[in-house]
Design a protein. Structure first.
Length: 148
């Protein structure tokens, strides 16, 4: 793990989560199965770090390292849900706000994708990724997982 990634991991606190949150929304519904396949092929297959978890150093001064998660399962990182009625911007903001206060489990790869049905006439995708996995620029490059 790089020094910058280690620093981002060490800065993570309950009151200062080092998690990048991104929200994209669409005017029409998307297909869950298509999204799942694209995340698998365009993210997980291309970027091995998305299958890795943090392994802390055995001695306190040793930096953490990335190790393959032997129990990696894509379905642990993809979540399909629906907004409560009326499915408007306030409902989406409440959902995102609730997610932003939840730390990502360090025993698994540090990212999640939420496929949100019922946002107005379409849907939304919420991506949460720890800053040690990707910075904002890398996250922006990952987001075009869905192209119409």
């Amino acid at each position: 793990m790089s020094a910058a990634d280690t620093a981002r991991l060490r800065m993570d606190r309950p009151t200062n989560l080092m998690v990048i949150n991104a929200v994209v929304w669409f005017d029409a519904p998307l297909d869950w199965d298509v999204l799942t396949k694209r995340v698998a092929s365009r993210w997980v297959d291309r970027y091995p770090r998305l299958r890795k978890r943090v392994a802390e150093g055995r001695l306190p001064l040793l930096p953490p390292q990335w190790e393959n998660d032997p129990h990696f399962a894509l379905e642990n990182h993809l979540h399909h849900l629906a907004l409560p009625a009326p499915g408007d911007q306030d409902a989406l903001q409440d959902f995102v706000s609730d997610r932003m206060s939840v730390p990502i489990d360090r025993t698994k790869p540090l990212w999640h994708v939420y496929f949100v049905d019922g946002y107005e006439a379409g849907c939304a995708i919420v991506v949460r990724m720890h800053h040690s996995v990707a910075d904002g620029v890398a996250m922006a490059q990952l987001l075009p997982v869905v192209d119409r």
